[in-house]
Write a protein that binds this ligand. Structure first.
Ligand SMILES: [Zn+2]
Length: 269
């Protein structure tokens, strides 16, 4: 039996014996309550505090704040596998939004998961970003968006844990850490390459991954875009709705379009 199937069975059994609570706020009932789901159904351009040069146009389904933090971490660090579905739906919403705002809003999308470091893979025993990308592809296809996942990047060498490093140190730490995966099939011409990750904080990881994709991507693919479940919000004081840095990415809403089915994680428990 495949590991993922075992995980699914485990989650189903846990549902039978454990009272389920919202992974964000602890409310009894569903694994993501309506209030927390709504926090991941408000796609916005990610706006790191110091907007890094080279950050691809990036949309987040919500802010990495309040109950969204324990919600994401319950999936990432604490093995709550049932959250793949709602968080994958949130990621799909962010992908749809970044595609709609691009120069090719009807193009097929190729989701490129940011690869996990070897240390993270060892520690977690799984690649949670790939799991989210897989679920997001299912959601996008169900909404009529031609979507697939390709692992176009690999990690190279050892990278220090970037927690606690200043932005410049993070970039130096990450430089050269991604390489094109020579075994990956080239993406179809005309597809939008969308890097996907769980959370964006400083943007350093997305910058480095986008740079390598841009240099190694097959001809015919436009500029690299990015979508994440959640983005660290700008500190209070930054004007809401301020331009999203030099990329000047303009977001168009998916609501009221054919993509309205992608309304985020609500009701996908
Ligand atoms: Zn909740």
């Amino acid at each position: 039996m495949a590991g993922s199937t075992l995980l699914g069975v485990g989650a189903a059994l846990a549902d039978l014996v454990l009272p389920r609570t919202c992974a964000g706020c602890g409310l009894p009932g569903r694994s993501v309550c309506g209030g927390c789901a709504a926090l991941l159904a408000a796609p916005q351009p990610a706006q790191p505090r110091r907007f890094p040069t080279g950050l691809p146009p990036t949309v987040a389904a919500g802010a990495y704040a309040g109950p969204v933090r324990p919600l994401v971490n319950a999936f990432k660090e604490h093995g709550r596998a049932e959250l793949a579905r709602p968080l994958g739906a949130a990621l799909a919403l962010a992908v749809a939004a970044v595609r709609l705002g691009s120069l090719h809003p009807a193009a097929p999308v190729v989701l490129v998961p940011v690869p996990a470091s070897r240390a993270a893979l060892r520690a977690r025993g799984r690649d949670h970003v790939r799991e989210l990308a897989t679920r997001a592809v299912v959601e996008l296809r169900a909404a009529g968006v031609p979507a697939e996942q390709r692992r176009l990047l690999r990690r190279r060498g050892r990278v220090r844990d970037s927690a606690g490093l200043a932005p410049a140190q993070r970039r130096a730490n990450l430089a050269g850490s991604f390489v094109p995966d020579p075994g990956a099939a080239a993406p179809p011409g005309g597809a939008l390459l969308v890097l996907v990750d769980d959370v964006v904080t400083t943007g350093a990881t997305l910058c480095e991954a986008a740079r390598v994709l841009d240099e190694g991507a097959s001809p015919g693919c436009g500029p690299v875009l990015a979508a994440v479940v959640a983005a660290t919000p700008r500190p209070s004081g930054a004007a809401p709705g301020a331009p999203a840095g030099p990329a000047r990415y303009r977001l168009r809403t998916v609501h009221g379009t054919d993509l309205d089915r992608l309304s985020g994680p609500g009701g996908r428990d």
